[in-house]
Design a protein around this ligand. Sequence first.
Ligand code: FEO
Length: 404
Amino acid sequence: MHSVREVNNEIVWVGCNDRRLARFENLFPIPRGVSYNSYLIKDEKVTLMDTVDAGASFQFLTNIDWTLSQWGRGLDYLIVQHMEPDHGANIEVLLKKFPEMKIVASAKAIAMMGQFFESDFSGRTIEVKEGDTLNIGKRTLQFITAPMVHWPEVIVTYDSYEKILFSADAFGVFGALNGHIFDDEIAFEKEWLNDARRYYANIVGKFGNNVQALLKKLTPLDIAVICPLHGPIWRTDLSLFLDKYQKWSTYEPEENAVVIIYGSIYGNTEQTANALAFRLADAGVKKIAVHDVSSTHVSELIGEIFRCSHLVIACSTYNGGVYPPMDNLLEDMKNLKVQNRTVAIIENGTWAPNSGKLIINKLLEMKDMEIIEPVLTIKSTLKMARHDELCSLAAKIADTVKQG
Ligand code: FEO
């Protein structure tokens, strides 16, 4: 049975939902699933925008077959904007199924097809580069390169006839589409924003400069609808998501808020982190989040760090170094180019507390990280005799939050 919806009377969403996949890229938990979006355009030339993951092939082919049968048409063009297998896995299937179909893609994408598939693509591809166009009837599609958003071969596609931007991975979101495919059909800020941020931060967070370059290229275009490859289609409140992208891609904190992340072996560092959260609330800080680095997935923590202006790292010393899950988080922060945050540190160690110095060294490898001094050092537990030091740290953090 088909599961399609009209974007308008000539463009149909023929994508798929995947609620079976436990981890996107075998890495990021997706308890709400994920959608792989694909769009079929009815014009003089019937054109398909991207394919879907191999795990969703059956539904995808059912959707395409049903829609084409309703139109009484075959498939003329497949535009491949992105070759990552969550979108490109069915290219070879369609190549064989529609012998007249031509594949439109960048040179890098065409080269990748030769890497992923055994089939001979010669004579079946049309190479496009920055600014090239493809006339498919009423519509002239314009191609815009978007390198590293999120792979080097990516193009996005602008349809000036309906002012639609097909945006590839840009503006993508984790989460399956529950029949509602448009931004005005869902409670985005309440139910989707966290996963939108987590998707952005972990998938393209490293490539902020490339996202900025793409946003600049899009500025002159009159865009009424954004059709991404994951998550809802934007047709109503585009500025909401564009504003988020502007902040995330410039590493500007989304909120003046504090996230406390602790790594605690027996609960003593945790107790200090909790106590700090309460002192911060006493000091008037309104938005405080607390996470255990051992139980909250690192992709969630990265999302939280992209959201918050302030980060507190409370961490045990382990084998003379940083507690391993915290070490992993710091490495991920560096790889994803986290920057421009204010950070306070609590270190713990029963005989040789050492994690604070190592954490600072790692933070200094990132750009524009402001450290709130001094590190609060505890040996095993924070004694009541040192309560003033905890309050003093809370006051310093609260002051900088209020200044922000
Ligand atoms: Fe959704 Fe970069 O693939």
